[in-house]
Design a protein. Sequence first.
Lengths: 475, 216
Amino acid sequence: MRKFGHVLWLLVLVIVELLTLASTLLAVILTFGLGMVFVLPPQVRMIRWVAEVTRDLVRASAGIVIEPPYLPKPPPPQPQADGLYRSHRTLYKSPRMPAWNNLWNWLITDPATWRDGLWLLLDPFIKLMLLPLLILLPGRGLRLYGLWCELLLAATASSRLAGQVNRLNRVRNLAVDTQAAEMRRIERDLHDGTQARLVALGMTIGAAEQLMESDPNAARALMAKAREASAETLTELRRVIRGIHPPVLAERGLGDAVRALAIDSPLRVSVEVDLPHRPESPVEAAAYFAVSELLANAARHGGAESVEIDISGNGQNLRITVTDDGWGGADPAKGSGLSGIERRLAAFDGVMAVHSPPGGPTTVTMELPKVLPQHWAGDLPKLPRWKMITVLFLWSTAWCPLFPQGIVAGVFKLIDFEEKSWFLALYLPEPWQWPTIAFMILLGTAMFVAAVAIPAHHKEAPRAPRPLAGNMGFC
Amino acid sequence: MNRVLVAEDLYLLRDGLVRLLQAYGFDVVAAVESGPELLKGLVELRPDVSVVDVRLPPTFTDEGLQAALQARTKVPGLPILVLSQHVEQLYARELLADGSGGIGYLLKDRVFNAEQFIDAVRRVAAGGTAMDPEVISKLLASNAKNEPLAALTPREREVLEQMAEGRSNAAISQRLYLSESAVAKHTAGIFGKLGLAPSDDDNRRVLAVLAYLNSR
C-alpha cells in the first residue's frame, strides 16, 4: 500500500515539474533574451528543490541513496585591506556585486545545474513511459525510476572529485597559513631576541677590547658581563628551539615527549601511551603541540587539578584523548587555542571532538587518520625464534603436498595419465590413491593457513607494555 | 680520583672540554665521539668520572644518556656527568632513578663558568650529585601545589634549591653568604617540614631531597 502512496506522490510531482519547467523556460528567455539575469538564480534553486524532493522520495521508496552533487556554496566576499571588495579585476565598495558574481558563477559553472535541467525536461516523459509498470508492479517500477534518477541526479565522479579538491585546497591553505604564521613567529623570536642579544654581546666585547690597555679592570668586568650575556642568549635560543621542535620529541618520540610535558606541568598528569611504532615526525610534532596546548589550557583556564592523557594507535589511526577535571565549558569557537589545534590537525585530515559540559569534566579527543606506519614485515622479526623457523619452514614446503602431490597427482589420475613421475599417491595400491591425494591437498592447505595464521595471531595477541627507561611511576 | 673520560661529538667542544679538564689537573684517559665508543670506554676503562654529551652519533638522539644509563646498570654508581643543550626533568629522573649518586646533569652553558663546572665534576667524582639549577627550578615549579614546600620560608627555599643542586652545607654557606651553622639550622628546618629523616651524609641528604621532589 505504501508503494502506491509513493507512486501517487511521484505523479503529483509531475504537476510541480511541469510548472517548474514552464517557469524555467520563461526564466531562460528572460535571462538570455532580455538580460534580466536576476531571475535565473531563484529558478535554479527551485529546480534544485524539486530534485531534492525527488531524491528523498527515491530514497524512501526504492532505497537508492542519491547524494546531492552540487559544488559547495562560495564563501561571502572578504574586504581587502583598503576596505574594498575585489571581484576579478574590478573593485567594489559594497560586497553586493562580488557576492552576486560568486553566486552566478557558482550556479552557472556547476555541471549539476545543467544535469538537473536535462532531468527536469525528460522526467515527465519517463514517468509517463513507466506509468504502466508503476501501477502494475510498483516495486519494480519504483526501482527502475530510482535508477533513472540516479543517472542524472547523483554526484558524478568528477563532481565528487571536485568536492574533494575543494576540501584539499582548503586544508592546504590552512596548512600553508599555519606554517607561514609559525615561520613569522620564529623569525620574530630570533629577530627580537637572539639577534638583538648577539648584537649587544658584540658591542660589549668591542668595548672590552677598547678598555683592555687603559683600564684592564673595567675590561675584565665587561668580559664577565659578556659571558653572562652569552649564557642568556643560549637560554633564549633554547626557548626558540623548543617552540620549533622540542628536543625531547626529536630524541625520544611522542610518548616520552608527552611524559616530559606531564612532569613539567604543575597539574597531576597521568600518561598512557600505546604506540607500537613512531609516527612520522610532522605528525608527532602536531600531536605534541596539541597536547601541550591542551595541558596549558587545562592549567590556565580550566581550573583543573588532574589530567589524563591517552595516546594509542587504532589500526593506522592515531588517537589522543585528553581529559581534565576542570570546570568545563571549553568551546572551540571561542578559544583561539582550540581552533589553533584544529588548524594544525587539519593538515593531516585530523579531527578534534571537544566534550566540555559546564561543570566539567572536559574531554578532548583527537584522531589523525592513516598516519601510523603499517609494519607488517617489521613485526615478523619480533616472533620468537621457534615460531619464526616454523613459519619459514611452512612457507617453503607447503607447496609440495598441495600442488604436485595433491592437485597435479589428482589431475593425472582423473585423465588416467600413464606417467607416474614422482607422485607418491600413484605408486600406492588403487584404494589408497584418492584418500592420499585428498590428504595431501588438505595437508598443503593447512600448512599455508598455519603459515599465515601464526604471525597474524601473534600480531593480535596483547602487546606486552613497552619497558620504560627509568622510574616512570608518577601519576 | 682524576681519570676522566670525555664524550662529545663536536670537535671544538670536545677539545675545549679536554683542555679545561687538563688545566684543572685531570687526566683525560679517553675522548670519544659516539655512543658505542662511549659505552665501551665507560665499561672497560671505568674512569673516575665521565663528562658525557646527551646527543651523540650514530642516531643523534639520546645516545649519550642511554650509554650512561646502561653503563651504570653494569657498573653501579659509576660517576657520570651528563651535559646537554637542554635539560629535561624526564632525563633527570631517569639518571637519578637508581638512587646511587655519583651523577650529574648540567646544561652545556655551565661550562662557561669553569670554576663551578670543575666543582661539579669533582662533586660527581666523589659520589655526589650535580643537578642543573634549571632542573631544580622546574622541579620546584611542578611541585608548586605541594603543601609542605609552600610552608618553607624564602630562605629555606633558597637553601633547598642549593641543596637539591647537590651542594654540601659548607658550599651552600659560601654561596649564600651564611654561616655554616645557620645553613645547618635551615636544613634541619627543611627536613622537619618535609618529613624527611635527617642525615649527616651530604650525598645521601641530596638524594633524599631529590627523591622527595620527584615523588609527586
